[in-house]
Design a protein around this ligand. Sequence first.
Ligand code: ZN
Length: 300
Amino acid sequence: MFKIAFSPLYQHPLPEGHRFPMEKYELIPKQLLHEGIIQESDMFEPKLAQTVDILNTHTHAYIEQLNNLSLDKTAIRRIGFPLSKELVEREKCLIQGTLDCAHFALQDGISMNIAGGTHHAFADRGEGFCLFNDMAFAANMLLIQQKVKRILIIDLDVHQGNGTASIFKNKPEVFTWSMHAKDNYPFHKEESDLDIPLQSGTSDNAYISLLEEHLPKVLAIHKPEIIFYLCGVDVLASDKLGKLNLSMEACKKRDELVFKSAQSLQIPVVCAMGGGYSPRISDIVNAHCQTFKVAQNIFF
Ligand SMILES: [Zn+2]
């Protein structure tokens, strides 16, 4: 079985009425345990990422502003969470979770973070509920530690991975691929190595065909030694922010395609959950848990 990063810090308290579904971070592990998909012993609790390591991805000034809670109001509003010491600690914990998962994936073939996928964080600022960029942090650390030479980030969250694209703009070791709803946040898109913008209302067949077409090409061209997979479930038709029209079955097919391709080429995979904003929390939790089930079936 694969290792799963989880910390009680992941479920950070938010003000009454906040639209971010924070409770999913408590419910996903509960449901995975309840259904017997994972055991308590599969989970590990990441520590907080160290500033010296975060400096490889984020600017000194930005990290200091977060550490001192001195970020200005406009910058805090762009992030969308009230800034607090506890929130900064949560974010440091989840980025370390993605890095720890990368190390476990190199050993076990796959590892999954119950939070993460904070792809809207840039080197010098955060936005869209993202403070630090977990996949960028982990990818930079793996390169520095000389664990791998080539990394692929497959971002299938419905929103473009703008922060990730910007951070790796001039870094050929990291190939960034984002498949996202064209007319959705962020309205100014950054340039990934491969962007596939989708029309609003794109449904199962069109989505899966595009994935089937591009996945083998990207793997053949970039030859990654590890894949970071952002498996956001805001692609579902039920999602209130997503604008796409995917069924649960298509979500399953999407995860299978990524996992089977990686496994057949023996490329380790690190997953982070990303977004999910269906009005019914059970739709979000079921879709995320489905990704764990698919991974387990394919890898074990
Ligand atoms: Zn999203």
